[in-house]
Ligand binder design. Structure first.
Ligand code: GLN
Length: 284
């Protein structure tokens, strides 16, 4: 069978299974099975597919039909136009998390300054890598509770040629870290435990629980992180935390209750209009 025909059949199969992104997923998984980039795939659509390619494409399509997210099947996801490998212990980077990167960059006037960045719960390293890619003289510390996630982050930063500017610490938020930073970023787990069951299977089954479960009210991680921020920020520094939907007031209240920190205006909204990035500074 020719490649284009394989692809069209697979897309139809995905559509029949109710996959919204059938066209895009069918194309991406074929690129994967045939080891071709997008341009090559287009130019080779009329050529015969090898039996091995057809068989491996069929297996990938079968996984998608049974509900596995395309990023998990491909083992990678694009974020901030950079490519990140994924592991079982890393979240798939979400487009709304780019709001954290935008908010943080907007706080930094001189992009060429040598600043220090701390990323708490780095996962695949997506936020830190995006920031370092825009801040040529910045250095970062990536923290994660999961050794496996840190391993994935390290590989990703190395592949993006950013590895020399990063050190890695396995630990519980900032407890294993000393010193101060110019910028602290985090996308902590923020789903209330009882709401985990309501998440789509793509998230519930395939994203790591450690990166999702925010405890009884979803705010457990913020309670710890917000308390650690005061000691880790230099006086003019900022922290940018990702928020779950509807958490702006509650997290702002935690910030104010420290007595040492303030929130800088309203949270920056993501593309869906949801307040997503809360900016925090040391009280002046
Ligand atoms: N944004 C994730 C979701 O899709 C949750 C990630 C998190 O808890 N930080 O639900």
């Amino acid at each position: 069978m020719i490649l284009g025909e394989l692809r069209r059949n697979a897309v139809q199969r995905l559509r029949d299974a109710g996959v919204d992104s059938a066209e895009a997923d069918g194309r991406l998984l074929l690129m994967h099975a045939a080891r071709l980039d997008a341009a090559k795939l287009i130019s080779l659509e009329g050529s015969e597919a090898g039996a091995d390619v057809a068989a491996s494409y069929d297996r990938l399509i079968e996984r998608r039909v049974s509900g596995e997210p395309v990023a998990r099947i491909a083992g990678e996801k694009e974020f901030w136009s950079l490519r990140f490998a994924l592991g079982a212990e890393t979240l798939v980077p979400r487009p709304e998390t780019e709001t954290i990167v935008e908010a943080a960059l907007a706080e930094i006037e001189d992009k060429s300054r040598a600043i220090s960045i701390l990323d708490l719960g780095t996962g695949s390293g997506a936020i830190l890598a995006a920031l370092l890619s825009e801040l040529p003289n910045a250095e970062g510390v990536a923290v994660d509770k999961s050794e496996a996630a840190l391993h994935t982050a390290r590989e990703n930063l190395r592949n993006l040629s950013l590895g020399r500017r990063v050190s890695y610490v396995c630990g519980n938020w900032a407890s294993a870290i000393g010193g101060t930073f110019n910028l602290i970023v985090s996308n902590p787990p923020y789903i209330a435990s009882k709401e985990l069951a309501l998440l789509s299977p793509e998230v519930r089954v395939h994203d790591p629980l450690l990166a999702l479960d925010g405890g009884l009210d979803g705010l457990d991680a913020y309670r710890v992180i917000v308390h650690q921020l005061g000691e880790r920020l230099v006086p003019e520094a900022k922290a940018v935390l990702e928020l779950g939907q509807g958490q702006e007031e509650a997290v702002s209240a935690l910030v104010k209750a420290t007595g040492k920190l303030s929130v800088a205006g309203r949270a920056r909204k993501d593309l869906a209009g949801i307040p997503r990035a809360l900016i925090i500074h040391v009280k002046r």
